[in-house]
Design a protein around this ligand. Structure first.
Ligand SMILES: Cc1cc2nc3c(=O)[nH]c(=O)nc-3n(C[C@H](O)[C@H](O)[C@H](O)COP(=O)(O)OP(=O)(O)OC[C@H]3O[C@@H](n4cnc5c(N)ncnc54)[C@H](O)[C@@H]3O)c2cc1C
Length: 539
């Protein structure tokens, strides 16, 4: 192995890059039986920031650079040339330590579509056992849920009349009530469950890494930025990383496992010579494998937020902006782990179709009993609530490319939001349906006028313009190292990098396409399934 000046070299069976949603699962499962030694490298620090553990704390971590990569897209042509802020976790637990905590698996049909695209073993019946294996469902076990897993999935610990009124209003417009978005069907209106345990965040670091902490065969290194995968020919042999200003390397006897997330995994592959040959040459990087699909096919969920003024001072705006009510909420949380501080990125919501020709919902609504001009910024000084429209299966595709050979330089991210007619129409139609819900009788006592986009904006052009002016990410980038068997697919069905030995990618980047929901639970499922495959292949 060519160390190229790297200092100390240690040796492990598996070297995992990235302690995020996926990496922590791998670290736990691969070290569980004691047969294999595992090194887990994480660029960020330990998860000691207290806001990580309080659900509502995600608002504080949104722009907290000590635990966040804080990326930006390039100017987006479909959004009037705006750059879109892209928070990503840089800490033990990765994005599962800073995310909105919603537990939504997607639709059964998403996984059946993955299988139909040639990914044998990834249909809904194949992946359901892994969702269940991961899960500790506090409502109890049933055909769709497990109770023996490390990841605690719970109901919200706060009663909020607005969130309840939203569900009632949706039902009044003809959308069925759905008690479980992760059960037999996703369609309908109801309440989100969250990855929390007794009112505290259940990140993958909390759920998977903490229980494995004392194992002698698992080493976790924080503030360790992997800079390059080390190869012998086309076999991955180890990883070079920078920690405390020192260049170190670690050998992998069996495999190098890349779990850096949808932006950093393709970035590390490209930095290491696995990517589009032209791009690598442009940056003076020796080509190990010309893999044109690395960084290709980037997808993300866009959201457009409708803000309504509330007729009663019962929103989180009123609590946060009032010193006494704020203190009481803090005390309630400290004493009982209940109350407004347990609010996640959505309390209630709905999944519906914008067109009867569709087989499954194409829109997800996240409802939250607060309002702000921009996510992560100060809440409004007046009572307000927000319902956002998110298109579940965007056709728009983007790309991720390194900007330079410097491993610390942020990559160039292009998502191309709203670049197809289907995507644009889905948002315009989705806003219209949401407005019908917001005008339904159950919300009448609360809704005191639309703040954004404003009741005077009614034409298709005005609504689309609002989407372009204000749309932002739901933080779900995927598919930059997508699984498949076509020439642009990066990994095969066992998540092995095609054309390279001894290396897999295991994280949200391998999704063949973006599934119809929130991406944390599916990423954890992927890592559970990958762990089984890796251990099977080690026999
Ligand atoms: C603000 C926000 C809100 C979200 N809300 C929700 C939600 O409510 N529900 C939901 O289901 N999903 C949500 N998501 C998305 C979900 O959290 C992610 O899809 C999921 O965590 C991705 O997991 P991953 O393992 O692919 O990557 P990550 O969890 O991002 O992990 C990647 C890890 O690798 C580390 N890393 C990267 N490069 C290197 C390197 N070179 N060397 C060493 N370490 C490296 C990173 O620091 C990070 O810790 C949200 C995400 C964000 C950011």
């Amino acid at each position: 192995m060519n160390n190229n000046g790297a200092g100390e070299t240690a040796e492990f069976d598996y070297v995992i890059v990235g302690a995020g949603s996926a990496g922590c699962v791998l670290a736990n499962r691969l070290s569980a039986d004691g047969r294999h030694s595992v090194l887990l490298l994480e660029a960020g620090p330990k998860d000691s920031n207290i806001w990580i553990h309080v659900p509502l704390g995600y608002g504080k971590l949104f722009k907290e650079k000590s635990v966040n990569w804080m990326y930006q897209t390039e100017p987006e042509p479909g959004l009037h040339g705006r750059q879109v802020f892209q928070p990503r976790g840089k800490v033990l637990g990765g994005s599962s330590s800073i995310n909105g905590l919603l537990y939504v698996r997607g639709q059964h049909e998403d996984y059946d579509r993955w299988r139909q695209r040639g990914n044998v073993g990834w249909g809904f019946d194949d992946v359901l056992p892994y969702f269940k294996k991961a899960e500790h469902q506090t409502r109890g076990a049933d055909a769709y849920h497990g109770t023996d897993g490390p990841l605690s999935v719970s109901d919200w610990r706060h009663a909020d009349p607005l969130s309840e009124a939203f569900v009632k209003a949706a039902v009044e417009t003809g959308i069925p009530f759905n008690p479980d978005f992760n059960g037999a069907t996703q369609e309908g209106a109801g309440f989100f469950q969250t990855t929390t345990r007794r009112g505290r965040r259940a990140s993958s670091a909390f759920s998977y890494l903490r229980p494995a902490k004392g194992r002698g065969n698992l080493k976790v290194e924080t503030s360790a930025l992997a800079q390059r995968i080390l190869f012998e020919g086309r076999r991955a042999r180890g990883v070079e990383y920078r920690q405390d200003g020192n260049l170190r390397s670690a050998k992998a006897r069996r495999e190098v496992l890349i779990s850096g997330g949808a932006y950093n995994s393709p970035q590390l592959l490209q930095l290491s010579g696995v990517g589009p040959a032209e791009l690598l040459k442009q940056h003076g990087i020796a080509v190990v494998l010309d893999a044109p699909g690395v960084g290709n096919d980037l997808q993300d969920h866009l959201q457009v937020r409708i803000v309504t003024r509330c007729a009663q001072s019962i929103t989180l705006n009123d609590i946060v902006n009032h010193p006494v009510r704020r203190t009481l909420a803090g005390m309630q949380y400290a004493a009982f782990r209940r109350g407004p501080l347990t609010i996640a990125a959505g309390t209630s919501g709905a999944f519906f179709k914008t067109n009867p020709r569709l087989a499954t919902p194409d829109i997800q609504i996240h409802f939250i009993p607060f309002s702000t001009d921009k996510m992560g910024e100060k809440l409004h000084s007046f009572p307000g609530f927000t319902a956002s429209v998110c298109q579940l299966r965007p056709e728009s595709r983007g790309s991720l490319k390194i900007r330079s050979a410097d491993p610390a330089a942020p990559p160039e991210i292009r998502i191309n939001y709203l670049s197809t007619e289907t995507d644009r129409t889905a948002f315009v139609d989705g806003i219209r349906i949401l407005r019908r819900i917001l005008a339904a009788p159950a919300l009448k006592p609360y809704a005191a006028g639309e703040v954004y986009p404003g009741a005077d904006k009614t034409s298709d052009e005005e609504l689309l313009d609002f989407c372009r002016k204000t749309g932002g990410t739901v933080y779900h980038p995927t598919s930059t190292c997508r699984m498949g068997s076509d020439p642009l697919a990066v990994v095969d069905q066992r998540l092995r990098v095609r054309g390279i030995d001894g290396m897999r990618v295991v994280d949200a980047s391998v999704m063949p396409d973006l599934m119809s929901g929130n991406t944390n639970a599916p990423t954890i499922m992927i890592a559970e399934k990958a762990s089984d495959m890796i251990l099977e292949d080690a026999r």
